[in-house]
Design a binder for this molecule. Structure first.
Ligand code: LLP
Length: 419
């Protein structure tokens, strides 16, 4: 359920007509609904009622400070994968002991920053990383709290680029290796083992893979206790729950939570979850304006002012995003490709899509773009990155200004040897 709704054929975000924002700030822009974000977090958190838990929003899905702040205000935790995300998280007011740090390639400076900040735990992904964290914690006279990310070799049945829990993927350590990792971790002076971690992929639309992963983690937790005397306090099951972009039918929050609630009952553990897409995906849209129409040989093109540099998902994953007119008309249906201004044939937002006919200057909404939208945008073709806007009730606020041409060249300089 989200708060992008038509009132008399005009799309509103909560109580603000989207058209009004477009007229005032120009296009393209990402638009987020405060009520939808709040509702999604509360529904997710409440689905796990009855178990000790910490929901850590996966920052990578949308790192805008206003969005992070909204979640921090709801006592949410944060899942980060870089020093930059840690910086943003701290700026937004997350309690450091509600921050977990995943990722295969943490740099020394990032590890030090996280240690100094006092994050809850590192989800580490290799034995080399374990040894390095031990060394850095020693230098800082600390004990680093860690979990090992286990790769349970479970097929999440999602796009291969966003599947992470198969043994052919670069993530985590297989179950046998993890046991060895914990043995080593237990012997290291500056390491405190507190958790176990697993994240099998993204946009997962069945409950089965989560249950399979959980079963393998449960077996390991028991083994750790019986074989190594290690008592796990936090079990981090990552993110990955899918959303409906077209006709997918992901498990409901209740169905998703059920597997965890039933399996972890009585285990004296805190469950950590790292949802990204499910919290923000359907809480955002990308608003774009039609520039031109062009009828090709057997193809109609609608050329809009947003391109693959603004929303990469269709190009990168062939992802489907519904495209809706901001003002609905009685015009007949047509089939067209909705394409951007970039000089690549892969620059499309939709291919062979059924749409009501549009004219130049009409506004379109690219739906379900709150997750992995702006964060994956770039300046390709020297296109300034677009604005981001948040609506709450009848107010809107530009939470990130549209970049300017000056922003594009910021930090660049001509070497003196060329003068
Ligand atoms: N935790 C970890 C360790 C992750 O790597 C991810 C996502 C998440 C949590 C959050 O997953 P979510 O709940 O959002 O599925 N750019 C791709 C998605 C990449 C996901 C990467 N990891 C896309 O646009 O579909």
């Amino acid at each position: 359920m989200n708060h992008f709704i038509y009132r008399e054929n005009e799309l509103y975000c909560e109580d603000v007509p989207v058209q009004r924002i477009a007229a005032q700030i120009g296009t393209p822009f990402y638009l987020y609904s405060h009520a939808t974000l709040t509702r999604h977090f509360k529904a997710f958190n409440e689905a796990f009622e009855g178990i000790d838990r910490l929901v850590c929003f996966s920052a990578k899905a949308n790192t805008n400070l206003a969005i992070l702040k909204l979640f921090a205000n709801l006592d949410c935790g944060l899942d980060i994968v870089s020093g930059g995300e840690l910086y943003r998280g701290i700026q937004a007011g997350f309690a450091p002991n509600h921050i977990v740090y995943s990722g295969v390639g943490k740099r020394v400076d990032e590890i030090d920053y996280a240690l100094k900040s006092g994050i809850l735990m590192f989800n580490l992904e290799s034995l080399d990383e374990l040894k390095l964290i031990n060394q850095r914690a020693g230098r800082l006279n600390q004990r680093a709290r860690i979990a090992i990310r286990v790769n349970p070799d479970v097929d999440p049945k999602t796009h291969p680029y966003i599947s992470t829990g198969l043994k052919k993927n670069k993530f985590g350590i297989d179950t046998a290796g993890a046991l060895e990792g914990y043995r080593l971790a237990g012997s290291l002076e500056h390491i405190e083992v507190i958790g176990i971690d697993c994240h099998i992929g993204s946009q997962i639309t069945e409950a089965g893979p989560f249950e399979d992963a959980l079963n393998s983690i449960k077996t390991l937790i028991k083994q750790l206790k019986s074989e190594l005397g290690i008592q796990i306090q936090y079990v981090d099951m990552g993110g990955g729950l899918g959303i409906t972009y077209a006709d997918e039918t992901p498990p409901s929050l209740k169905e998703y939570a059920k597997a965890f609630l039933e399996n972890l009952e009585g285990m004296d553990l805190t469950l950590i979850l790292e949802p990204g897409r499910v919290l923000v995906g359907n809480a955002g849209i990308l608003v774009t304006r039609v520039l031109y129409k062009k009828a090709g040989k057997g193809k109609n093109f609608i050329i809009v002012d947003a391109g693959m540099n603004d929303l990469l998902r269709p190009t990168l994953y062939n992802a489907f995003h519904a495209i809706e007119p901001i003002v609905r008309s009685q015009a007949p249906l047509t089939v067209a490709d909705v394409v951007g201004p970039i000089c690549e044939s892969g620059d499309f937002l939709a291919v062979d899509r059924n749409l009501t006919e549009v004219d130049a200057d009409d506004l379109l909404a690219v739906m379900s773009t709150g997750a992995y939208g702006f964060v994956m945008s770039s300046n390709y073709c020297s296109r300034p990155r677009v604005a981001e806007v948040m609506v709450k009730n009848n107010q809107y606020h530009v939470v990130k200004k549209r970049e300017t041409y000056q922003d594009l060249v910021k930090g660049e300089s001509i070497p003196t040897f060329m003068e």
